[in-house]
Design a protein around this ligand. Structure first.
Ligand SMILES: Nc1ncnc2c1ncn2[C@@H]1O[C@H](COP(=O)(O)OP(=O)(O)OP(=O)(O)O)[C@@H](O)[C@H]1O
Ligand SMILES: [Mg+2]
Length: 466
């Protein structure tokens, strides 16, 4: 595909600390957080003016799903705007709770697992053509996704390896250590249609949110929820590029893994990238060799085909530097740009200063604090403010994405529809493809084309019902 629709969903972890009393349960706090949302949109599941979806399922993991985007900078900007929106809701919740006598501090984490062993995610969505052979695509992509944590993992302090899920089935290093990925240990399957218990890396549920005769939506749910914009750039940039290579029909060497669920864990728990992973044909390759293979393939492809967007040079440069950093075990060239390396640097310095080992509770706390979205309290945000974490975007880009939709997709129509209906005080409902005025269901707009940007379609509807 020349231009592709992309979106990312982020689920947040919620935690409350109360100075004296027992804190409210997370689901109660989540309900406080969503009071202003319900007041605004009569529901805890709404589309907001920037075209994104904000919602609270059962439980306590507030979720933000970005609007459809076609550009990686817009994707990251929309996702970051989600943090700001969530933070605002946290501040309002704290106030409302205090008014009800429950004063305490609410923490919202952009991470992938809580202390009870629940995992939640950061789900990527990539539009692909229906004619692309789905099985071929996903099997060509899987070894890349299993090893992608080398370039896009969050890093994680593993205090007690024996407490990891499925630890008996897939034992890892027994001593406390630092690993690449928060999410890897929670993966139960490679490719399947379930999204909850038997968590797969690629979810095959076929819901394209588009013309289903032409498109599918590839749902990648293996990723860590990155804090760093530059890490997100490599994560989305490399994955999208690989889709393009696979779609071009270029035959890729078959790197099918014998045991993807084991391999993703083996990869995570070895910062050298050197653990041999068993391939289906009996050979072995290391995680680093697999990534180097994909990197070289991408480099050759771009040399032949040229770049299809402006950020590929930066993507390729950071990809290459990260693999070199792992190969040489000198992380200093990436330790402001890649989440695991940023976190590793901070935690290692702290551990050395205070003579701690990886089983220290303080390091586990710092790992959590890294993901706290509070702008003045979250560790990542503090590191970024003092220049220890690089930016890809400007504040202006993120601020703009707070209220404005991406410019190249039907999110523009959604924005127009929401603004107009609200200005007119008309009740409406919507999903990714539909926009309906509740009193005029006959005139419901069904926008199957996710690339549609003609807002006069919306204006015509309002003119018709006026
Ligand atoms: N045509 C499309 N192709 C690819 N991605 C799309 C398309 N239309 C929408 N998206 C993206 O898909 C994501 C859908 O998010 P949503 O949370 O609604 O996911 P879901 O997988 O449908 O449902 P749920 O999270 O409730 O299981 C959004 O980020 C959105 O931008
Ligand atoms: Mg979702």
């Amino acid at each position: 595909m020349d231009t592709r629709i992309m979106g990312v969903e982020t689920e947040y972890g919620l935690h409350t600390v109360h100075p004296t009393k027992r804190p409210l349960a997370p689901d109660e706090v989540a309900r406080y957080m969503f009071k202003p949302v319900v007041a605004w949109g009569n529901s805890s599941n709404v589309f907001i003016p920037n075209g994104s979806r904000l919602y609270l399922d059962v439980g306590s993991h507030p979720e933000y799903a970005t609007a459809e985007t076609t550009r990686v900078d817009e994707l990251i900007a929309s996702d970051s705007a989600g943090d700001a929106i969530m933070h605002q809701l946290v501040l309002q919740a704290q106030q409302a709770m205090a008014d009800d006598g429950f004063d305490g501090d609410v923490y919202l984490y952009r991470n992938n697992a809580d202390s009870l062993g629940n995992s939640y995610g950061s789900h990527e969505n990539y539009m692909i053509e229906r004619t692309t052979q789905y099985r071929r695509l996903t099997s060509a992509l899987l070894p890349f996704l299993v090893t992608r944590q080398l370039i896009a993992g969050n890093g994680v302090v593993i205090k007690d390896p024996s407490a990891l899920p499925l630890a008996d089935q897939f034992p890892t290093r027994s001593e406390p250590h630092f690993a690449f990925s928060q999410r890897a240990d929670y993966m139960h399957e490679a490719i399947s249609s379930s999204s909850t218990r038997a968590r797969p890396m690629i979810n095959t549920r076929d819901e394209p949110h588009a013309d289903s005769t032409k498109y599918r939506r590839l749902h990648v749910i293996v990723g860590d929820s990155n804090m760093s914009e530059t890490t997100q750039l490599v994560r989305f940039g490399t994955t999208e590029l690989l889709l393009r290579i696979i779609e071009s029909g270029k035959p890729l060497r078959n790197l099918q893994l014998a045991h993807p669920v084991r391999a993703i864990r083996q990869t995570s728990h070895d910062l050298t990238g050197n653990t041999p992973l068993e391939l289906a044909d009996g050979r072995t390759m290391t995680a680093l060799e697999i990534q180097e293979f994909y990197f070289q393939t991408a480099k050759d492809f771009l040399a032949q085909q040229g770049h299809h967007h402006d950020h590929l040079e930066q993507v390729m440069d950071l990809w290459e530097r990260t693999l070199t950093a792992i190969a040489t075990q000198n992380f200093s060239s990436i330790d402001t740009e890649i989440d695991w390396a940023i976190k590793h640097k901070f935690c290692t310095a702290y551990a050395n200063k205070h003579q701690l080992d990886w089983d220290a509770a303080r390091l586990v706390q710092l790992d959590m604090a890294y993901h706290d979205i509070h702008p003045e309290r979250g560790l990542f945000n503090l590191l970024e403010a003092r220049g220890a974490a690089a930016r890809f975007l400007t504040d202006a880009q993120v601020d703009a994405a707070h209220d404005n939709p991406p410019a190249t997709t039907r999110a523009l129509l959604r924005h127009r529809f929401i603004e107009t209906a609200r200005a007119l005080g008309m009740e409406y409902s919507m999903d990714w493809t539909h926009m309906k005025l509740n009193n005029h269901p006959m005139h419901t707009l069904y926008i199957r084309d996710a690339f549609e940007t003609d807002i006069s379609i919306v204006d015509d509807l309002f003119a018709k019902v006026a």
